[in-house]
Write a protein that binds this ligand. Structure first.
Ligand code: UD1
Length: 418
């Protein structure tokens, strides 16, 4: 079992290059199921979830060549529409192959992703859209088995709740067809927009209407293209917090400033200053520390994927801060581990009250999910003594070269095989 060991109390310096976005790469990789021609994706982060998706696409008949961060997806004659439990169980995004498989073959059998540490995370909204789009869905032995029931023309669908994954399923299911599909109350996360940009470059006809609504005019096929994945805004946000928590001046390279506005707004209230140059490198300099109140919300609101990281920052901020988690019902699993390091956090339903303390002490802690794990790394950077983080595989699902990147900036961090 791998462990991360951190000796806290060292400032960071220099610069960190941001990798390509995991959450943009996953639906774009799933989208390649719609293509006959070859697709080349650049800037794909080589993290565990991506390798799982690549594996899944191979079992569905694609041939895939990986060269550093470039992934080439070729067609073969093998056409499969069965996504096994083994591959989908570790990664909820596995469900994203359902929409494109149905668009291409009109039938599919995909394992349900199952429970997850941060909440029930059902797929009911994905399935409700597919039903509206003419597919019959049955749940049998942990699988969703779907097939075309009728050909619906010109659908106008409104999501009952904003969901990133369900919006992606709807888009992936609708761009190869003879129909016009209008989808309302969609998620506008930059990763959804990146999927749309990719599909449009390949010939899909997708147009935004008013706010949170788009129309897709189906096309017969998509043409093979080369596409560069957007930078990972959550990875960038995580390193911004790393700078703030260690009181360090750090440069974060290769960002899209617009994507970080919601995170920077919160960090500015907390007391950081930053400058962005013409090359889109962001230099952050922490100044003062003020307690703040944060509520997670769909984009352009504050991302739930940054909630744990911002909490580790507030733990060491004098005064009382409050965090309200409005996306997932059980996303405070990191709290008990932070409290074991000396934090004073109280939970009531979806609200966390953080009473600032002066010092954290290193401890042996356990990662519970991807973002919870990274918040323990951040706390470890400033805790007195040694922090040992177990269950490192959670981090490896989503952060490319985390230990290497932090070490290069002066953190005393290593990964060991124990
Ligand atoms: C994606 C991100 C994840 C992020 C989340 C919210 C990927 C691979 N993952 O996850 O990192 O935290 O968006 O920004 O992109 N819901 C239902 N029924 C459904 C679908 C969702 O009730 O069918 C609920 C969820 O339980 C949750 C909320 O809707 O409470 C939002 O979830 P959603 O936006 O779908 O998250 P994911 O796409 O799974």
């Amino acid at each position: 079992m791998k462990k991360i060991i951190i000796r806290g109390g060292y400032k960071l310096h220099g610069s960190i290059n941001i990798s390509g976005s995991k959450n943009a790469s996953l639906p774009i990789l799933a989208a390649t199921l719609l293509f006959e021609e070859t697709v080349i994706l650049e800037n794909v982060p080589m993290v565990k979830d991506i390798l799982t998706m690549i594996n899944l696409l191979e079992t569905l008949g694609k041939k895939i060549i990986v060269k550093k961060n470039q992934v080439t997806i070729l067609n073969t004659n093998k056409k499969k529409y069965f996504a096994k439990y083994d591959l989908v169980k570790t990664m909820r995004a596995g469900i994203l192959v359902l929409g494109p498989l149905l668009a291409k073959f009109e039938k599919a059998k995909v394992s349900l992703p199952g429970g997850c540490a941060i909440g029930a995370r059902p797929v009911d909204i994905h399935l409700d859209f597919l039903k509206k789009n003419g597919f019959k869905n049955e749940i049998k032995k942990g699988y969703v088995i779907s097939s075309r029931q009728n050909n619906k023309k010109n659908i106008n669908y409104t999501f009952s709740k904003i969901s990133v994954g369900a919006t992606e399923t709807a888009i992936l299911n609708s761009c190869l067809s003879n129909n016009k599909t209008k989808i309302n109350n969609i998620a506008l996360e930059p990763e959804v927009i990146d999927l749309i940009s990719f599909l449009k470059k390949a010939g899909a006809k997708i147009n935004f209407n008013k706010k949170r609504s788009l129309t897709i005019q189906g096309v017969k096929n998509l043409k093979g293209i080369k596409y560069k994945i957007m930078p990972d805004r959550i990875e960038a946000g995580t390193y911004l917090v790393a700078a703030a928590i260690t009181n360090s001046v750090l440069t974060i390279n290769n960002i899209v400033p617009k994507h970080l506005e919601n995170i920077l707004k919160v960090l500015m209230k907390f007391g950081v200053q930053f400058k962005i140059n013409k090359k889109n490198d962001l230099k952050i300099s922490p100044k003062i520390r003020k307690p703040i109140n944060v509520t997670t919300a769909p984009y352009p609101g504050f991302p739930t994927d940054m909630q744990a990281q911002i909490m580790s920052l507030l733990v060491l901020t004098k005064g009382t801060s409050n965090i309200k988690e409005d996306i997932f019902e059980n996303r405070f699993l990191h709290v008990s581990e932070l409290n074991r390091m000396g934090a004073n956090i109280k939970i009531e339903n979806n609200k966390a009250k953080i009473i600032g303390t002066n010092v954290l002490s290193g401890a042996e802690v356990m990662a519970t999910d991807l973002r919870a794990s990274v918040c323990l790394v951040l706390a470890g950077l400033v805790a007195r003594g040694e922090t040992i983080i177990n269950r490192v595989y959670h981090l490896e699902r989503g952060y490319e070269n985390l230990v290497k990147k932090l070490k290069k900036c002066g953190a005393k961090i290593k990964i060991i095989n124990a």
